[in-house]
Design a protein around this ligand. Structure first.
Ligand SMILES: C[S@@+](CC[C@H](N)C(=O)[O-])C[C@H]1O[C@@H](n2cnc3c(N)ncnc32)[C@H](O)[C@@H]1O
Length: 248
């Protein structure tokens, strides 16, 4: 079941609210593994209504100059200068999740989100933030919010989180790209035999044809794999070392 984070859409807090001490809805943190799953919140407040991580820095500590460690939860203060600095630290740290308004055209968004994050979850509706006493603001935050994952682990957590919104992956690791782009062995062999229009093909010829194939680079035992697919797939051995594709 998706987390219900939203009040009615009638009224909203000013997006340029005077206060910087609005707290993140706890349901968001719960959906990302809970406050305990985050090691550090580098911009918190002594009067926080609940923990957002195992350790918190507050304004008096200045979380911008202290060391960051582990999985970070970041909901930065609402000034463009501080958002820029905190997001810059987050991009360099590259592990955790940030919650900011989805001002996708701004310079910090381009530098430290589009150019650095691993995935985004654009939230459906608008969030209602909380006061230091824990009460939820009647009005929503006045702008759409986005959760931003840094690092592959948090990209996967964000993609699977039960939070209503649209997930957009931004970075892929090489093995994900390879498996998305490379055909299966059976597809690769089907394609090769289709080009031979029903002729029998020798194993030696198949070895030569596949020697430079992307699949063989990832598997030093690729010849064994190729023979296994021939034996199990829609292929028949017509003579010693000679194979044909069985018509569909
Ligand atoms: C939007 S609130 C978020 C609070 C909390 N991180 C959360 O997610 O609920 C931003 C907080 O950052 C604090 N803050 C402002 N400048 C800071 C700094 N340089 N270092 C640490 N915290 C700071 C503010 O006092 C405010 O409580």
């Amino acid at each position: 079941m998706n987390v219900n984070l939203f009040a009615g859409m009638g009224s909203h807090q000013s997006a340029r609210s005077e206060t910087n001490t609005w707290f993140s809805p706890p349901a968001i943190l719960d959906a990302l593994g809970g406050a305990d799953s985050f090691d550090l919140d580098p911009c918190s407040h002594v009067d926080r209504p609940w923990p957002t991580a195992r350790e918190h820095y507050v304004q008096e500590d200045n979380g911008l100059i202290l060391p960051w460690f582990g999985r970070v939860w970041l909901n930065p203060p609402y000034s463009i200068a501080l958002i820029t600095k905190f997001l810059g630290r987050m991009a360099a740290h590259d592990r955790g999740v940030a919650l900011i308004f989805a001002r996708t055209e701004t310079d910090p968004f381009h530098r430290f989100v589009w150019g650095a994050a691993s995935g985004l979850l654009f939230l459906r509706g608008r969030l209602n933030f909380h006061r230091p006493d824990g009460s939820r603001a009647e009005a929503n935050g006045g702008a759409p919010s986005v959760l931003i994952a840094y690092g592959m682990e948090d990209r996967d957590i964000l993609a699977a989180a039960p939070i209503d919104g649209a997930f957009v992956p931004l970075r892929f690791n090489v093995s994900m790209l390879m498996s998305a782009l490379t055909p299966t062995w059976r597809e690769a062999l089907d394609g090769f035999f289709a080009g031979r229009r029903g002729e029998a093909v020798s194993l030696a010829e198949l070895y030569r044809a596949f020697a430079d194939h992307p699949k063989t680079r990832a598997n030093q035992h690729w010849r064994d794999k190729l023979r296994q697919v021939l034996q199990r797939g829609r292929f028949e051995r017509v003579d010693k070392g000679l194979w044909k594709r069985v018509p569909a």
